[in-house]
Design a protein around this ligand. Structure first.
Ligand SMILES: [Zn+2]
Ligand SMILES: [Zn+2]
Length: 251
């Protein structure tokens, strides 16, 4: 399973390219499955000037139209390239409450997306930290993945048993992303939790035993820096460990 389920386009304030250019890079990289996950706040606010207005100025994004437009655009791309790659319509949602406009507004419906990646769980200001991940999954209404998070540290901080928690995630269809970003926008740092997981046989055994699915995500922001070989290499490593991939039944 050669997949990348984490990618940004110009819909995210930090992304630089049109979705079509991003797909071309994924196809050139030889991937089978590719997911777009633009930031919900980028999609909703559309412009940085709107997003960055002082907090005392109330700005009400048009949740229904903006999310639908993004979804429809990705859907067109999915149709256009369906003979070359399977594309998923995802979205990345911030659980950080430090800046009101990062959070997903309560009225925003994302249940029709193929999945949602949830980020910033390990931030002390995350609404999920010490809270209920499973209630958030219900609120999203689509399949949920945990993005760039040290899951074992997160479970430990909750005081939960790792295997039971992973099994509960499996029950709810929540997958865990192994984020392999390594590019200029992330200052060429690699996530220590991801590097650690590939060395830690105990963690690997727990994930295997629970049946919880993993995803590989490069978290790309610029097609010029897209390394198909790195993505493929990590997919193969995960495959060799006998891990289950999110959406593997689609390929
Ligand atoms: Zn993220
Ligand atoms: Zn991202």
């Amino acid at each position: 399973m050669l997949q990348d389920l984490h990618a940004h386009t110009y819909y995210s304030f930090c992304g630089g390219d049109a979705p079509e250019e991003v797909v071309k890079a994924a196809i050139a990289g030889g991937l089978h499955l590719f997911g777009f996950t633009d930031h919900s706040y980028g999609i909703l606010y559309q412009s940085l000037s709107f997003f960055n207005l002082p907090e005392n100025i109330e700005v009400q994004p048009d949740c229904i139209r903006t999310l639908r437009r993004y979804y429809d655009h990705i859907n067109l791309i999915r149709e256009a390239y369906k003979d070359q790659i399977t594309i998923l319509r995802g979205i990345e949602v911030c659980t950080w409450t430090g800046h009101g406009r990062h959070a997903l507004p309560p009225e925003a419906d994302i249940s029709y997306f193929d999945y949602c990646l949830m980020e910033n769980l390990d931030n002390p200001d995350s609404s999920i930290a010490g809270g209920d991940l499973f209630a958030f999954a219900e609120r999203c209404g689509c399949k949920l993945g945990i993005a760039h998070t040290d899951l074992f540290a997160f479970i430990k901080a909750l005081g939960e048993d790792p295997l039971s928690y992973l099994m509960k995630m499996k029950e709810h269809g929540i997958f865990w992303e192994l984020n392999i970003s390594h590019d200029s926008i992330h200052h060429y740092r690699e996530h220590p939790y991801m590097l650690h997981f590939f060395e830690d046989e105990e963690q690997q055994a727990l994930v295997r035993r629970s049946g919880v699915e993993i995803s590989i995500g490069f978290d790309g922001h610029r097609v010029a820096e897209y390394p198909g070989d790195r993505v493929k290499c990590y997919c193969r490593r995960a495959e060799e460990l006998g891990l289950r991939f999110a959406f593997e039944d689609l390929i």
